[in-house]
Design a protein around this ligand. Sequence first.
Ligand code: PMP
Length: 394
Amino acid sequence: MTTLATTNPAWERWLSTRSTVRAARDMQRVDTSRETLFDLASNDYLGLGSHPQVRHGAINAVCSAGAGAGASRVAGGTWQVHRELEAALAGYTGRSQALVFSSGYTANLGVLGALGGPGSLMLLDAHAHASLIDGAKLSGAAVQYFEHNNLDALRTLLAANATSAAPKPRVLVAAESIYSVLGDAAPLRELAVLCAQFDALLLVDEAHSLAAVPGGSALKSAGLAQAGHVLATATLSKALGSQGGAVLLGGAGAPLWREHLLNTARTFIFDTALAPATAAAAHAALDLATEARIGQLAANAQLIRTVLGAQDQLASRIQADAGAVQSVLMQSAQQAVQAAAELREQGIAVSCFRPPSVPDGISRLRLTAHAGHEQDELASALAAVARTIRKVEA
Ligand code: PMP
């Protein structure tokens, strides 16, 4: 092992207990997966990251605006492409307003930071993404977690706050429309009703549903695009194949929420704006994220669920019921790593989630559907996945 160039050995001892080095080694192995492997790992669900119109959108923006935005959105870094992208995102999702951030991560940090502080309580689904957890913690709000997708558990926490001696007057519930690791869907309508009953805001992270579920947005399909007490975030880095994030707002209060975020979201104010080329690429991708493409994605996602669900040893270990993500619970982190490595040898890229990304005991292989896969090729890749899992678990 290389030694750290520091006179304090405590750093070295501490580092040796961390997984940083191991994660970096893993990263080197996956960098070419999109070109050379059958891709069941990337989040470029519609294959738009490499679409000629998306490439040209980016190239044209580089030619007209240059490589970087040059400054934060509020300090001269707002370009026409940002405004156009915001209008397009609002239109696509049926919301009234959108605000573009430099990533989905910073969108979540920004919106939660702008809504937190003393007097607020944030209730997060136990499977909420790290960016929601970090945003809630950084916001200064009191933070509690409820069992994944369990409305009764959430109701208990909401009721406990309402009847406590010193209730937090501002409550926000955070969930994902499609969960990033499990791939299952949140009961959005029920969550929205429950939040309304307790006068709470609902924040829905649409990272894995924007342009990836029929209708293009899970909130829109649930009839909640204009629900004023429902805020949404999304990333432009998954089905749109680009990079960046957004907050999406609907209902009569949308302009006021947007104004508040513009003035208080620290990751909006103190972060350099999304590069114009990236914004233009996302906009071009949005124009291509048609129902026809999403339909192909849905058919391939369904094939993954059907094939894996038909395997005796896997049926009880998969959870997804919507969207493009499917994951298989593995018996150990080591077997998950081994299965992913063996599949790689066979030319198939799948993701492996194991500590520290997930708690001990729930390591998973994660497969993502892609609109561009031919169903017969997908079926034989899935047969290899099932065979390989059986082999490493034998
Ligand atoms: N939310 C969820 C649910 C995600 O899966 C991700 C990406 N892993 C993010 C937010 C962050 O998005 P980005 O990669 O654009 O920062």
